[in-house]
Design a protein around this ligand. Structure first.
Ligand SMILES: Nc1ncnc2c1ncn2[C@@H]1O[C@H](COP(=O)(O)OP(=O)(O)OP(=O)(O)O)[C@@H](O)[C@H]1O
Length: 960
């Protein structure tokens, strides 16, 4: 029959996708998999004609692994469905015979009269077939259709339930049920495997009928016992098996708890139920089928039953029958001791509806218990703990659902199938659209129950569940995991970013260090470049000054030639270059052969400070019989030439120191020249000429002082002193005499033996110097001043063109520059004179004694001769005469010039003052004048490198 159905009904293409509960059936070979498939090549070739480009070969060649069905669940939980046959309603209508003699008779009355007259024929039995709500689709599925009344009033829904292990139709026999359902379990049981079989369904659906049956139509238990003992007899050669039978029931105790009663025990047969263990249960060994059936009969008598509207003998408890098979000895096949097996058959109490059963009172309480323990699987697991292991799939179990097929049983059937569907993995197939909202509102409980009941069992199975129930508990860990993952990602990203930032920070630090280093190196290079530029400018300045130098050299050589005849000629030339720096110092001194006069010397000091050239020159020449110190100082500051020249010429019989100071600073040429000449035989005070020319800021300050001394030995020393803003006193004193000193001091201190030559500059010297000059020999000094001024003018004209840049400085700024720059040369002069004082005291004193007498003689012969060093060799002689003759006038001019620019030479004057003081020469013409320079003399200036060089040069030259 089944095979015929299978052959006639090819597997239809399912309109809906459903998941079958039984994977083994799902794994059943389908015609597509079992039928001879055309080779892929031919299929591909056929397809390639249509769609040649589609990679069907590759797609079809993919071997999709077939998921093996889980064998444990289907083996443990087999769900069967048995449909109870429809009952036929017998409708008995009683008709009364109608009285015959009633005329005209109403038809109805006539009929009634007939029934009354003949009552036997009034009773007709009408049979009406009940409409079925459930139909069998196939051995594995059914369709549940609500009745028409329910479709109109309630939610109309046709449900298809699939996945049953087998569906027993209404006309199936007890043997069919046994064969399909019990036989596999029995075989396993006989092999020593335990199993359970339970019948579940609404009240009156045929559970008890299925389990126990009747005498005419025995159920599962009698058949099983029969088969057991039958097999035992057949396998007598095998190990001896002992079977034990135990029967008990679990019923409600007034709706509060459950109690177990042993149906085979004595009167007090209550049992204690501890989890799945029943303590005190009597187990009766059965030897044969008759003993077993007798025990079962006794148990059924003890089982609690009651009469309800649904069932005249409705079971009011869960009846459990255990058949335990114990094996004595070893199995011939396995040679191993067999373990005991338990076959459990359960007749659950049927779910009951109050309306249908009409239960009240105690019956209603029992009904609730029954419903809770049978119809609701979840609660059944809790309340009937004994069956928990089976229902949880830990033991082999087969469940048979019994349903009634009538329309009026639709609700019970639908309710049972819905509750059992999770276990059967049955999905609903909604063939009709859901009802409208009104209908949903009318039956919210059913919809709610559907969701709840269907989703709850999935939890235990670990399968897909209804998201309505599990959404929140599942979303929470998912969101938590997601947040945790994002947190970890962001944390790692932050770490990486932090590391990158730290690396960049380190690089920035290194870069900053390199920048600092580069800046330092840049500064150093800039300084070097500045130094080089300064040197370059100084070299340029020196180159520019070179044309002047030959002139000066020529002048010096002329002086030297002139001094050849003199007794001593000493020329000191010092060039001081500071900070760029050129320092030249030259000192020349010549002495005549027989002269004992003080050593005339020429000091030339050129000081060039930071692109400034300062030249100072002193020349001192002494004639054979006279002393003629010449000091020339030329000072030029900041494109400005300050020239001071002092010339002092002494006639043959007189001393004529001529200091000349030319100071050129800051651009700059500072020249100082002192010339002094002394006549050969003169022992008279050294006449000196001091010429100081200061040119500042395109201003020329010229000062010239010339003094000449006559040959007369003891005459007061004529002197000219040209002063600048500060007191400048140049004093050249002849050596070895007290007389010159007396004359210098304008006092008659003859007894002071001193042969030293001093150059002293003081602010207050001029008037006295001028007075002395007028007294002694005023004639030669003006001429010498004139000559020297002409020379300086010519020098200035050269220098002015070369120092035009510095002329743009204003006077006020140049004053400051003078104050700053002049001390350089002045210090040089100071140190020079300090050493000069010492050396001359040591060297020239011995000469004083021998030359003392000669000076007076030679002074007369040299008288009138100009001992002041001429500015140039080509200088006309008339100028000399004019110089001598116009001495007072020139003095006046120089005095005016010096008075105008007196303020511009404080530093040089101060230093000259210090110089003279250190030389310890008494200057009679010194006169305090002004305090500005005097105050500044107290300031001790640090000795510069140029000064040190100048000192060495002076010392060497003095030694010479
Ligand atoms: N398959 C069937 N064929 C013929 N008769 C049946 C069948 N199933 C049940 N019946 C009859 O229906 C009646 C009720 O059956 P049964 O007592 O087995 O129901 P039940 O499910 O056990 O009810 P309850 O849960 O109340 O005990 C019985 O008289 C029984 O003979």
């Amino acid at each position: 029959m089944e095979e015929k159905q299978k052959s006639l009904s090819p597997p239809p293409c399912p309109s809906t996708v459903t998941v079958r509960r039984n994977p083994s059936r799902r794994a059943r070979a389908t015609p597509y998999t079992t039928a001879t498939k055309p080779p892929f090549s031919s299929l591909a070739s056929a397809i390639t004609h249509d769609v040649p480009t589609f990679p069907i070969d590759e797609i079809l060649s993919i071997q999709i692994p077939q998921s093996e069905p889980k064998q444990s669940i289907p083996e443990s939980l087999k769900i069967f469905l048995r449909i109870k046959p429809l009952r036929s309603f017998t409708k008995v209508t009683t008709t009364k015979a109608r009285p015959r003699n009633v005329w005209p008779q109403n038809l109805s009355k006539k009929n009634i009269a007939k029934e009354n007259r003949n009552p036997e024929i009034t009773k007709k039995v009408k049979k009406k077939d009940e409409e079925a709500c459930i139909t069998l689709n196939d051995p594995y599925s059914v369709t549940l259709t609500p009745p028409q009344s329910l479709q109109e009033l309630k939610r109309s829904k046709t449900e298809v339930y699939e996945g049953f292990s087998h569906v027993f139709p209404a006309d199936c026999s007890q043997n069919d049920v046994y064969d399909k359902m019990v036989q596999p379990l029995l075989e396993d049981f006989m092999k020593g495997k335990s199993g359970m079989l339970a019948a579940l369904g609404p009240s009156g659906s045929g559970k008890t009928h299925t389990v126990f049956g009747t005498l005419k139509d025995p159920g599962i238990v009698p058949i099983t016992l029969h088969r057991i003992f039958k097999k035992s007899d057949e396998s007598s050669s095998g190990p001896l098996r002992l079977f034990n039978l135990s029967i008990f029931e679990i019923c409600s105790e007034r709706g509060k708890g459950e109690k177990a009663y042993d149906l085979l025990g004595g009167e007090s047969s209550e049992l204690s139920v501890q989890q799945s263990t029943i303590r005190g249960l009597k187990e009766v060994p059965i030897q044969n089928l008759e003993e077993a059936e007798s025990l079962i009969g006794q148990a059924m008598l003890k089982r609690a039953t009651a009469t309800t509207n649904s069932n005249s003998q409705s079971s009011r408890s869960q009846c459990i029958i255990n058949i335990r098979a114990s094996c004595n000895g070893f199995s011939n096949e396995t040679k191993m001791q067999s373990s005991d097996a338990m076959l459990t058959i359960v007749d659950l109490a049927g779910a009951e509806r109050e309306k249908r059963t009409g239960n009240q009172g105690e019956r209603l309480v029992e009904s609730n218990f029954i419903n809770n323990t049978s119809m609701v699987f979840g609660q059944c697991l809790r309340l009937t703990r004994y069956l928990r292991d089976y229902l949880e799939g830990k033991k082999r179990m087969a469940l048979i659902l019994t349903v009634k097929a009538g329309e009026e049983d639709y609700l019970d059937t639908s309710y049972l199938l819905r509750q059992a569907s999770p276990y059967m993995k049955i999905k609903f197939d909604n063939t009709e659209e859901p009802c409208n909202k009104r209908q949903l509102k009318t039956f919210p409980r059913a919809e709610k129950n559907k969701k709840i009941k269907l989703s709850a069992p999935k939890t235990s199975q670990g399968k897909k569940a209804d998201p309505a129930d599990r959404s929140s508990p599942r979303l929470e860990p998912v969101s938590h995991d997601k947040n945790e993952r994002e947190h970890i990602i962001m944390r790692n990203f932050s770490k990486v970013l932090w590391n990158v930032l730290k690396q960049y920070n380190e690089k920035l630090k290194v870069a900053e260090g390199e920048i600092c280093t580069l800046k330092d190196s840049l500064r150093r290079e800039q300084l070097k470049s500045l130094v080089l530029e300064t040197e370059l400018s100084s070299l340029k300045s020196s180159c520019l000054a070179e044309p002047c130098i030959p002139e000066v050299e020529a002048f010096v050589h002329a002086k030297e030639n002139f001094e050849v005849a003199a007794s001593m000629t000493n020329v000191v030339r010092n060039v001081d270059d500071d900070s760029c720096n050129l320092i030249k110092a030259r000192k020349e001194a010549g002495a005549e052969e027989s002269s004992e006069s003080p050593v005339p010397y020429v000091v030339r000091n050129v000081d060039n400070d930071s692109c400034n050239l300062i030249k100072a020159r002193r020349e001192a020449g002494a004639e054979e019989s006279s002393e003629s110190p010449v000091l020339r100082n030329v000072d030029d500051d900041s494109c400005n030439l300050i020239k001071a020249r002092r010339e002092a010429g002494a006639e043959e019989s007189s001393e004529s120191p001529v200091p000349r100071n030319v100071d050129d600073d800051s651009c700059n040429l500072i020249k100082a020249r002192k010339e002094a000449g002394a006549e050969e035989s003169s022992e008279s005070p050294v006449p000196y000429v001091v010429r100081n020319v200061d040119f500042d800021s395109c201003n020329l300050i010229k000062a010239r002082r010339e003094a000449s001394a006559e040959v007369s030995s003891e005459s007061p020393m004529p002197s000219k002193n040209v002063k600048d803003a500060e007191l400048v006193r140049c004093h050249l004193s002849s050596q070895n005499d007290a007389e010159p000193r007396q004359s210098v001091n304008s006092e008659e201190n003859v007894g002071i033996p001193s042969a030293t030559t001093h150059v002293e500059a003081e602010v207050t010297d001029f008037p006295r110097d001028q007075a002395i000059q007028n007294q002694d020999d005023p004639t030669p000094s003006p001429e010498q001043v004139e000559v020297g001024q002409d020379f300086i003018n010519s020098q200035i004209s050269n220098v002015q063109t070369k120092s035009a840049v510095s002329r743009r400085f204003p006077d006020s700024e140049k004053k400051e520059r003078n104050r700053r720059l002049l001390p350089v040369s002045s210090r040089s002069l100071t140190e020079e004179m300090n050493d000069l004082n010492i050396k001359e005291n040591q060297i020239e004193k011995p000469q004083v004694k021998t030359a003392k007498t000669c000076v007076q003689k030679k002074a007369e012969s040299i008288q009138g001769q100009e001992i002041a060093v001429p500015a140039r060799e080509a200088e006309p002689a008339s100028t000399k005469k004019q110089r001598n003759g116009q001495k007072p006038k020139r003095f006046t001019q120089i005095e005016n010039l010096c008075s105008c620019d007196r303020r511009l030479q404080p530093a040089s004057s101060v230093l000259l003052t210090r110089e003279i003081n250190t030389l310890e020469i008494e200057d009679d013409i010194a006169e305090p004048k002004g305090t500005r320079g005097g105050k500044k003399t107290t300031v001790s200036q640090p000795r510069s490198q140029g000064s040190v060089t100048l000192l060495h040069l002076l010392t060497n030259n003095l030694h010479l």
